[in-house]
Design a binder for this molecule. Structure first.
Ligand SMILES: [Zn+2]
Ligand SMILES: [Zn+2]
Length: 878
């Protein structure tokens, strides 16, 4: 998506806090070289010295060759007519913004490993890729450098395709498309017209969020803390006629089905719940006696009704004009105040500006207490939220308190504050529930009961009704920009707003439109704008707004399943067998934007019967963590970007993939280090040295039967292999994806193979050949190139990536001996080789027998000994 630095993190959200730093530290320890290897290389070796050292494994001659071969043979092409159970693995549609760095690579690598593991476990896997190609950066390049957005975008796509291929990722490129292809956005228009026909797409005049820098309207979801999500500029308010999609009609269902999405991170579900923002309350009215009018307010705290000391209106509230007609002496003051609010953003008005307001001269009447309360116009009540009017309860609402305190309005306490004396000045708002005071017959009730009783009373009196409110607004999709999908509507002087008929789609985005950065480029393009009315044939004008790019990314994952359909967006017969997406992978910055819109579209498609099955698009969601360099997010301005090209060239992509997966669990932030990548290069050398010399012999030992042996070293080899097989299978099946643990097992396996291979006659030992034979299979999802090369050298004619994962064998994992650590005052003094079920007394005996332990106990008094069966014996001595 636009703004998605696919490797994680938009403008916020993923920065490593203290916890992140601790994890990075732990990771640095975890990636240290395994014991036994350090001896062969001086620890002072600098990674750049690797360049001079002849490499044992020559990745340069291997990686590109296999990538071409896999593509040529269509190895990763998913077939619809396959009886095996399906798996749909998907990374978020990337925005083609330029060069990829290792942060992006982490995202694609994780998805690739999941797809490869699933394929090897016998699933029919679809793993597609495409490009989210409309959007602002291309248009900004046009404004800044005069480059045609289409040329800029196509060049970026070509470069990004090359880089994604370079990573050895197994995508089904036959399904690829870019959302700026007319053959794709045509169906955007088609879907828009269905929404329009169903009343779910509509146009209205509305105050909108306007980014003065990007010169465009932003959806509420694209305003973060009052600032433009792309450029950080403070957003302004403007009135414009805009197209909206009625996502609010789905608010309750979007909320409800979140409960069923238990494969999603809880954090994302919480953010969506808060964004939808369902609340239950009462909408009721205050009389304005001298005007014979009523003002409607909504509150979730009707239990504080007796504490209302003023009524606050938005400056744009429709009653303001009437109030001023009645109280003309207040007009000048009100007009002056209103002028100060012009163009002020929502954030400025609700948070940044000091609370202020102006009295209108008018009073309203509290419907239950009959008290007269003054009507004020304030800067912190907005017309488009709720009713544009708020009851002011300063004793029990912080904003109201701040306002009343500043302007000297009365503050009436109606809920007992256990921390403050009942009499005397109210020094702060008490916002919790509690026991009612000074509230007529409702006094003494607890808040919850009082809400029910007071609400019911208002309903009985015909003054109010129980209301469910949502914070979510309709989705504003109009953009006054060029590089997007044209909205398929024309305006006819006779027929008004007319939908472009299906057979006239696509409304093609014209080429060669001058882009200046001011206003809408399409609106100035006469050849585009001037058209004929589809209904009467008379002259008409086209809509010049284009769609928010989140429209395209709301349904692309369905199109992948029927990517060449020229008759409709997709055919249910083709897409149903694959849906929904089993595993979705992407950055947490899309928690409320893309992920909410996509759920909305999918439910709409489902309602229309265009697809079937679950009415949620993404069964599981995984948010990967970022990759840092020198403790900071990679960026060109910081000069700390580690590019995919240079990494592939210097270290190879297998080493890159292994480091990205091994450094931390994938959801955590990791630090890219020179030592880390160098360690993985050396690991691949060890793999090569251990397995390649055996290429001619390994097939003499089949993989379908465990070699039978009682020799400890041989059993250790088999056990190390099966521990890695078990870990890989389990991390995939549990969807934990902590492949860092699998790779730690692989380190152990390769170390065991290396050590065993140094013994004379090793190459005749079946267990050794068995483990070497299986090595490319267990390594294949993580380091696909070296695995393929070894596999073919073993004499196989078909790809290792078509092999079945080997089911681990519990018998192979059984352990005869374990290592019991002996500590004295927390320091390790011995590692004893003992039976796994050794008892405390026998363990003590073995410890006393160890010379080093004895030396450290000499002359000391044992205060305490702690025995952790199977693991540890700890002495506390003085
Ligand atoms: Zn902006
Ligand atoms: Zn007409």
């Amino acid at each position: 998506m636009e703004g998605s630095e696919a490797g994680g993190g938009g403008r916020h959200g993923d920065d490593a806090g203290d916890e992140g730093k601790a994890k990075i530290h732990a990771m640095l320890i975890a990636t240290a070289e395994p014991i036994g290897k350090a001896a062969t290389r001086p620890t002072t070796e600098r990674p750049d010295m690797l360049e001079e050292r002849p490499q044992v494994y020559d990745f340069r001659s291997v990686e590109r060759r296999w990538q071409e071969e896999w593509e040529r043979t269509g190895l990763y092409r998913a077939r619809d007519d396959d009886a095996r159970e399906k798996r749909y693995v998907l990374e978020m549609l990337p925005y083609p913004s330029g060069d990829l760095h290792v942060g992006h690579a982490k995202n694609y690598t994780l998805g690739d490993v999941i797809a490869r593991m699933s394929r090897m476990q016998g699933y029919n896997v679809v793993h597609p890729m495409g490009f989210d190609a409309f959007g602002l950066p291309a248009e900004n390049a046009a404004i800044e450098r005069g480059i045609d957005p289409n040329v800029w975008t196509r060049a970026n796509i070509a470069n990004m395709q090359r880089q994604i291929r370079l990573m050895g990722t197994g995508y089904d490129w036959s399904r690829e498309f870019a959302t700026c292809d007319p053959s794709y956005y045509r169906w955007n228009q088609w879907i828009f017209l269905r929404l329009y026909a169903d009343g779910l797409a509509y146009k209205r005049e509305a105050p909108v969020n306007w980014c003065p820098k990007d010169q465009t309207v932003l959806a509420n979801e694209q305003v973060e803390d009052g600032r433009c999500w792309r450029c950080g500029t403070l957003v302004e308010r403007r009135n414009l006629s805009q197209w909206f999609l009625k996502i609010t009609a789905f608010a309750d269902r979007l909320l409800e089905s979140l409960d069923r999405l238990d494969g999603w991170p809880e954090k994302v579900r919480t953010m969506q719940r808060n964004w939808i923002g369902r609340s239950e309350g009462v909408t009721f009215s205050f009389d304005i006696p001298d005007l014979d009018e009523r003002v409607s307010v909504y509150t979730t705290r009707v239990d504080t009704l007796f504490g209302v000391t003023y009524l606050a209106l938005a400056a744009e509230h429709p009653l303001v004009a009437k109030l001023l007609d009645r109280h003309p002496s207040h007009r000048a003051a009100v007009d002056a105040f209103t002028a100060t609010l012009k163009n002020k953003s929502e954030l400025e008005r609700t948070s940044l500006m000091e609370k202020s307001g102006v009295f209108t001269g008018a009073y309203a009447r509290n419907p239950l207490s009959n008290e007269r309360v003054p009507i004020w116009i304030t800067n912190y009540v907005l017309a488009e939220y709720g009713t544009g009017a708020v009851m002011g309860v300063p004793a029990h609402d912080e904003r109201d308190f701040e306002f009343a305190h500043k302007l000297g309005l009365p503050i009436a306490r109606v809920i007992e504050d256990p921390r403050a004396p009942a009499e005397g000045a109210v020094l702060a708002a008490f916002v919790d529930d509690g026991r009612l005071i000074a509230s007529a017959e409702f006094t003494e009730m607890l808040s919850e009961r009082a809400r029910r009783a007071i609400g019911d009373r208002l309903v009985e009196l015909g003054r109010g009704e129980w209301t469910v409110n949502y914070r979510i607004r309709d989705w504003l999709i109009s953009r006054q920009r060029y590089w997007g999908t044209p909205i398929p509507i024309v305006y006819c002087p006779i027929d008004g707003e007319v939908a472009v008929p299906d057979d006239a789609l696509p409304v093609v985005l014209p080429a060669d439109v001058p882009i200046t950065g001011e206003g809408s480029p399409l609106a100035r393009d006469a050849a585009f704008i001037e058209t004929t009315c589809p209904r009467c044939g008379g002259p008409a004008r086209r809509e010049s707004d284009t769609m928010d790019t989140f429209f395209e990314s709301s349904w692309y994952y369905v199109r992948y399943l029927d990517p060449h359909d020229a008759v409709k967006p997709f055919d249910s017969a083709r897409v149903d067998p694959w849906l929904n997406v089993d595993q979705y992978i992407g950055g947490s910055e899309h928690a409320v934007l893309h992920l909410l819109y996509a759920r909305f579209f999918y439910k709409y498609f489902h309602d229309n019967g265009w697809l079937h099955g679950p009415d949620e698009p993404f069964q599981r969601l995984f948010n990967q963590g970022m990759v840092l360099r020198n403790g900071e997010k990679m960026s060109k301005s910081r000069g700390n970007v580690v590019g995919v090209d240079e990494t592939a060239d210097r270290h190879g992509v297998d080493a890159m993939r292994l480091f990205l997966l091994k450094a931390t669990p994938p959801e955590d932030t990791m630090e890219w280090t020179d030592d880390g990548i160098a360690g993985r290069v050396r690991f691949l050398d060890r793999v090569w040295r251990a397995a390649e010399p055996l290429a001619e012999r390994v097939r003499s030992v089949p993989l379908n039967a465990l070699p039978q042996t009682t020799d400890d070293a041989q059993r250790g080899l088999v056990r190390a292999l099966h521990a890695a097989l078990k870990s890989g299978a389990e991390e995939t099946q549990t969807r934990r994806f902590h492949y860092n643990t699998t790779l730690a097992r692989l380190d152990e396996l390769v170390n065991a193979l290396t050590k065993f291979g140094q013994m004379s006659g090793a190459a005749d030992v079946p267990a050794f050949l068995y483990a070497a034979h299986a090595l490319p299979i267990v390594l294949a999802p993580f380091a696909p190139h070296v695995s393929e090369e070894l596999w073919r050298r073993y004499g196989y004619a078909t790809s290792v990536h078509l092999e079945r994962w080997i089911d681990f064998d519990a018998a192979a994992l059984a352990v005869d001996r374990i290592e019991l650590v002996v500590q004295i005052n927390g320091k390790i003094r011995a590692r004893l080789d003992v039976a796994p079920d050794i008892e405390e007394s026998a363990a003590l005996e073995a410890a006393y027998a160890d010379p080093n332990v004895r030396a450290h106990l000499e002359g000391k008094t044992i205060r305490k000994q702690i025995f952790v069966p199977g693991k540890l014996l700890n002495f506390v001595v003085v």
